[in-house]
Design a protein around this ligand. Sequence first.
Ligand SMILES: CC(=O)SCCNC(=O)CCNC(=O)[C@H](O)C(C)(C)COP(=O)(O)OP(=O)(O)OC[C@H]1O[C@@H](n2cnc3c(N)ncnc32)[C@H](O)[C@@H]1OP(=O)(O)O
Ligand SMILES: N[C@@H](CO)C(=O)O
Length: 199
Amino acid sequence: MRRDPEWAADLRRYGLRRPFLKEQSIWAVAVYRFGRRVDARREGVAKQLLTAGYWLAFRLVETVVGVSLPKAAHIGGGLRIWHFGGVFVHPGAVIGRNCTLRQGVTIGNRHEGGPAPVIGDDVEFGAYAQVLGGVRIGKGCRIGALAVVLCDLPDGATAVGAPARIVATRAAPCPVAQQEAQQEAEHVADVELVVEGER
Ligand SMILES: CC(=O)SCCNC(=O)CCNC(=O)[C@H](O)C(C)(C)COP(=O)(O)OP(=O)(O)OC[C@H]1O[C@@H](n2cnc3c(N)ncnc32)[C@H](O)[C@@H]1OP(=O)(O)O
Ligand SMILES: N[C@@H](CO)C(=O)O
């Protein structure tokens, strides 16, 4: 468990002491990561037993918490789900790293048997946002509460409404560039303090 870097990243995003006591959604994330680790094991009796345990836990958590994260979906580390209830992710969906979901979010197909979305890193979903079909959502997008997204979104877009329209775009921050900008801002603030002190 501790050696699963994606799970470690999830825990960092929750950023809580004893998150299992405070956020029901993390139960679903834990079961999802467990299922992925079981799938990665070599074939054998242990894998069969663990897979049976996974299905039991998956159905139990899905029913009680209302968060469905099937192990066939690809979800990057650093997943944060605020609240719980009505969160459904299609098994064929791909979700990048450090994404944020909220209650009522669906990431699914548009027609039965159809393709599922591919979501970039650092995408934020407002409550009850729906992203449907084989659409690609760029890095750093923000999808408004109650939006219904049926088309691709470029990096850094903010989309709202049903069907969703883009109301803003911003360059998706590259983590390294972001870090450098932060350091630069801190440096400038320090210099200003020194100058202020010398006056
Ligand atoms: C218990 C809890 O608290 S759970 C938390 C629930 N909260 C959420 O789910 C938050 C989701 N966040 C949103 O929906 C936000 O409005 C965002 C991220 C989409 C946009 O936020 P901002 O960047 O501040 O955009 P801003 O408020 O300036 O709105 C831009 C335009 O989009 C419209 N808009 C914003 N959000 C929505 C929305 N969810 N649905 C429809 N239109 C919206 C605004 O009215 C505005 O339109 P206008 O330019 O015609 O006046
Ligand atoms: N901070 C929470 C509000 O409950 C959220 O963003 O969903």
